[in-house]
Ligand binder design. Structure first.
Ligand SMILES: Cc1ncc(COP(=O)(O)O)c(C=O)c1O
Length: 433
């Protein structure tokens, strides 16, 4: 019998764990190392999601492990009103690499928390309180972030925050607006903001956006879109908050995804990738916005704000990313990954679309390319088969579109590891269609 079936563990899991979403993978993970996780049978499973889209340096990176061990002994957690060198050093480093002018940083723990802080800043700075987001977004599970999260989890929890509005994210594969037979994101954006203007009570504070909507099915905002969105925000006196939880720190082949567009948000949030899998998040903004918020009494006092241990991890992550050229690596490895995925698309009619940037690629599974009818069961079957063959894949299933594989290997994954994953995906497709 496979040790993954351990009846005692699964019985206790069923008895004592809260089920927080989806189903658990039918494996018990005992270790994680590099690009692989290792199950109870000692089987190596290639991690094509960097854990929860976070472990950009792979698992158990020795230099990160050393920082954790060192800081656990010497400088771990402090009274939140105390500062330490790693915190100031990381804020300084981030100011050096962030897009222009985002020179002030608040260091926190999770992505939801960072977005929560960003929204509070935007409300204080603008005096408004209405927040607009994309209808396919994911920004986190705390109240403010969840109110701006439309891809899942809205039903059954009472009212979302008053003044929460959604607009459609542009989807080039399934455009809602077309002009002369081509996707018309500008027309869609204009129409969406006309509706926002009608609903708004005149208190718009912020637009919160992912540059590539990940949980929304790897919807890549087309070139020009972010600049147009920023103009909409400026016209209304609202701030643009970009959530680069998944796209920040090199994943797309640039340090930050918004660099492609030359658009600097008013507030940038980072999480997942900044700690490379350990809990660290950052909110970055301009001196002008921070000064204004401070003057108005900005409060975001948490247990783990400015903790030295995770800050030291973040510093090491940035050092390794720069030293090992991982931003450029994400671009070249991403090109290799995308080329192979497009080759698979030629072979398998169930691959409707391949999209994304760098090492964040989406593969949309449909019943057939002509009809684009979603095929959720097929997507789930391929996911299961991949795991049986030694590849961990994640598929997001959303209404009105096919399931989308979110492929996001560590930036440290070798060409051989990428090829291994793609070979397994190919075999899984062969046996599932
Ligand atoms: C784009 C984005 N923002 C925010 C979050 C929330 O981060 P956390 O789960 O760390 O609170 C997520 C989580 O998946 C995310 O994908």
């Amino acid at each position: 019998m496979t040790r993954n079936a351990d009846p005692d563990l699964w019985t206790r899991a069923r008895r004592h764990l809260v089920r927080y979403g989806g189903t658990f993978a039918p494996v018990i993970i005992e270790r994680a190392e590099g690009s692989f996780v290792i199950d109870a049978d000692g089987r190596k499973i290639l991690d094509f999601t960097s854990g929860q889209m976070s472990a950009i340096l792979g698992h158990g990176h020795p230099e990160i492990a050393a920082v954790v061990a060192d800081h656990a002994r010497t400088l771990d957690h402090l009274f939140s009103g105390m500062l330490s060198r790693p915190v100031v050093d990381l804020a300084t480093e981030l100011a050096g690499i962030a897009p222009g002018g985002l020179e002030r940083t608040l260091l926190l723990t999770t992505g939801a928390e960072a977005n929560e802080a960003a929204l509070r800043m935007a409300k204080l700075a603008t005096g408004g309180w209405e927040v607009v987001g994309f209808a396919q977004s994911w920004h986190g599970m705390t109240a403010g972030a969840a109110a701006a999260t439309y891809s899942a989890g809205r039903k059954g929890y009472g009212p979302a925050q008053v003044g929460s509005f959604a607009i459609p994210a542009p989807n080039a594969y399934r455009p809602a607006f077309e002009r002369d037979g081509a996707a018309d994101w500008q027309g869609e954006l204009d129409y969406a903001f006309a509706l926002v203007d009608r609903q708004s009570t005149g208190n718009l504070a912020a637009f919160l956006a992912e540059p590539i909507l990940s949980s929304g099915g790897i919807l890549d905002l087309p070139p020009g879109y972010l600049a147009a969105l920023k103009r909409k925000c400026v016209e209304r006196g609202m701030l643009l908050i970009l959530d680069e939880a998944q796209t920040g720190i090199g994943r797309t082949g640039l340090m930050f995804a918004c660099e492609r567009d030359g658009v600097v948000p008013d507030i940038l949030t980072l999480s997942k990738t900044l700690g490379a899998g350990l809990p660290l998040a950052a909110v970055m903004t301009t001196a002008a916005i921070e000064d204004l918020c401070h003057a108005r009494g900005f409060l975001f006092y948490t247990t783990h704000v400015s903790d030295p241990l995770p800050a030291a991890v973040g510093l090491k992550v940035l050092e390794i990313v720069a030293r090992d050229g991982l931003v450029a690596r994400a671009a070249t490895a991403g090109a290799r990954l995308a080329a192979r995925l497009r080759a698979l698309q030629q072979r398998f009619a169930c691959i409707g679309d391949v999209r994304g940037r760098g090492l964040l690629q989406g593969v949309e599974i449909v019943a057939d390319r002509a009809t684009k009818v979603p095929a959720p069961d097929l997507g789930d079957a391929v996911t299961r088969r991949c795991l049986e063959l030694g590849l961990s894949m994640n598929i997001v299933q959303l209404p009105d579109m096919g399931g989308v594989f979110r492929i996001a290997p560590p930036l440290t994954a070798s060409d051989a590891e990428l090829d291994l994953g793609l070979d397994i995906l190919e075999r899984a497709l062969e046996s599932s269609v």
